[in-house]
Design a protein around this ligand. Structure first.
Ligand SMILES: Nc1ncnc2c1ncn2[C@@H]1O[C@H](COP(=O)(O)OP(=O)(O)OP(=O)(O)O)[C@@H](O)[C@H]1O
Length: 259
């Protein structure tokens, strides 16, 4: 099948087990929300798929091909990641940072400039384009890093398989920009890009994610549609909190209410 598939993937990069027996499929055009308590392994799983953390067992396939058999340049054309804490201390302009996302592609300057305009519009970064990245606020930097990752997988013709990995892309964003991220993710999914998005914001994920993957201490504690995973029982046992869950009045997705 196309898209991403993990079969019984484990990882232990620092000696002790970090991820154990993770299995799921993510078809092109689907959005997978990644949830779980602090330290559960969400970032580690994203890094494992991106190639930064080696797996110790199991299979990771993209478009049916083992990821380890895909050469680094092809991999960079197919997989983009926005990391949780990106460190960039050079005074690159915002435009230059976003254009880093086009580095794996030989699409030419004209095409890349067009993609830059489109991605800046979609991430509300056009007004920041000439600013030095180092002088931006936390939320502005996060939007620019999102734009860089999105630019990498923006064009359908750039790669047969496109996968966008987002690690808490909205943690520093105000409400309207949080909504913008989900609209952008939905747009990209509609164009066939597969998306994994780690977040602690259940109500933002709930109406947009096709599936949720719940991690707990490096293991897969749940996987299914948002209504199957976001249950009172799960919040009690995994997060030790009492919540109420109601259908959202507008879209019917589970709405998690806690005090
Ligand atoms: N470089 C490292 N060396 C050793 N242990 C690490 C390293 N990076 C992460 N860990 C550990 O791996 C585990 C999983 O961390 P990870 O960052 O994947 O969790 P997470 O689910 O993304 O958490 P959060 O919600 O806090 O972002 C944690 O116990 C963490 O302490």
């Amino acid at each position: 099948m196309g898209g991403l598939a993990l079969k019984d993937v484990s990882a232990a990069p620092w000696g002790r087990p970090l991820l154990r027996d993770i299995s799921f499929e993510l078809a092109p055009g689907q959005i997978l929300g990644l949830i779980g308590p602090n330290g559960a392994g969400k970032s580690s799983l994203l890094h494992c798929i991106a190639g930064g953390i080696p797996s110790s067992a199991g299979q990771l396939l993209l478009g049916g091909i083992p990821l380890v058999e895909i050469n680094p340049q092809q991999r960079a054309r197919s997989i983009a990641m926005q990391v949780q804490h990106s460190v960039l201390n050079f005074p690159f302009s915002v435009e230059e940072v976003i254009l880093l996302g086009r580095t794996p592609h030989a699409s030419g300057q004209t095409c890349d400039r067009k993609i830059l305009q489109e991605v800046m519009a979609a991430t509300d970064t056009t007004g920041l384009r000439h600013r030095p990245y180092t002088q931006l606020s936390g939320g502005e930097k996060q939007r620019v890093q999102l734009a860089r990752a999105v630019a990498q997988v923006w064009r359908e013709e750039d790669a047969a398989q496109r996968l966008l990995l987002l690690d808490e892309p909205n943690s520093a964003l105000d409400l309207s920009h949080q909504r913008m991220v989900l609209e952008l993710v939905t747009l990209l999914a509609g164009r066939g890009c597969a998306i994994m998005l780690a977040s602690h914001d259940f109500n933002l994920l709930s109406p947009h994610a096709d599936r949720l993957l719940l991690l707990q201490q490096g293991t897969q504690a749940g996987y299914g549609r948002p209504a199957e995973v976001l249950t009172r029982d799960m919040f009690r046992t995994v997060f030790s909190v009492q919540v109420h869950i109601q259908p959202h009045p507008d879209n019917g997705a589970p709405l998690v209410i806690h005090q």
